[in-house]
Design a protein around this ligand. Sequence first.
Ligand SMILES: [Zn+2]
Ligand SMILES: [Zn+2]
Length: 137
Amino acid sequence: MKVKGHCLCEKVEFSISVESKRFDACHCSMCLRWGGGPALTVEAENGVDFADEAFVKVYSSSQWAERGFCSHCGTHLFYRLKEGNFWNVPLGVLEDRNSFEFSTQIFVDHKLGNYDFANKTKMMTEEDVLKAFGAET
Ligand SMILES: [Zn+2]
Ligand SMILES: [Zn+2]
């Protein structure tokens, strides 16, 4: 199904396709640094379809991934792998955000000790994530 989204200043508007209405939380140190808290994200099946990319800026955050944001208001727009076609979009930028179900928490072994989500979710450590993505350590 199609879901629409936009940044805070509305200069960036887009739509994504999702297989199911689920979102995940990432507790890794890069997401924490980038967003100030754990990242709540939705997997976009075939990337992000932007109405206009003029204000979309991309930051290369690691050897394997990039993070996109609005160059006018700073809203975070996506996380994507450089290889393949894996895209995550923050839950909060989607119009339908309240209808998604909290599914999985990843990098739970990196989570700070001073907060916990009360939701019952699937929990994955860094090792679990690397195994699931078939990466070599
Ligand atoms: Zn914006
Ligand atoms: Zn992360």
